[in-house]
Design a protein around this ligand. Sequence first.
Ligand SMILES: O=C(O)CCC(=O)C(=O)O
Length: 253
Amino acid sequence: MTAEEKIFLQEQGYLIVRNVMDSAWLAELREATGRLLREEGENAGGEFRKEIGSDRLANLVDKGECFQRLVSHPLLLEAVEVVLGQDWKLSSLNYRAALPGDQSLQPLHCDMGLVPDELGNAVFNSIWMLDDFTPENGPTRFVPGSHKSGVLPDLGNAPHPDEMVALGKAGDVILTNSHMWHGGTANRTAVPRRSLHGFYVRGDKPQQQYQKKLLRAETQAGLSPLMRRVLALDDERNDAISSVGSGRSGFLK
Ligand SMILES: O=C(O)CCC(=O)C(=O)O
């Protein structure tokens, strides 16, 4: 990241980076998420939560190397440190597709329902576009700078006068200080708008999905030292915090 990009992320609360995924990686991620949706059927997303109007998958680090590559991507980890500092860990990697036909918006929210505290920022999210994000297909809406307001949004589904939508091409990534007010919008096209959410939290917060418990032994055995660090697998403080119950995310509390 350039110094200007880091400042933009710090001040505005978001940064859209173009062409992070090449066509081969995109194809792998689309194939893997499509296959998992078919295989998991009604259970899809069950390690976290289901959401009316969306397809969801959860616990994706356990479900393919193409997902592990995502959560340890150097650009992503650099951006995580810009927002959270050195004390961070993956909270979850989920898939979310805004489905056609459901016209409801997600309320504007801060992830985990948190504002920054005396230790600073606690939540960082990244939205990986598996499809183009267009004005019609349910792009993410957000209010630039709202991570500095110190309050949670209270608008229900109503629009905020300063809100914007994140538009881009498949392969682009939205990096966010997810104290910034944001939410999904309705998909008014005929096809799903697919994305992956790589969500990170400060070290003193629980993981939304306790990775040590959810990842199969064979997955854990094959992980690099970097991946073990990303997932906080050797972090006793995380065991104490995350083993007692999962962390919350977004408006799905
Ligand atoms: O998929 C999106 O556009 C945003 C979703 C989101 O903010 C959430 O699920 O908490």
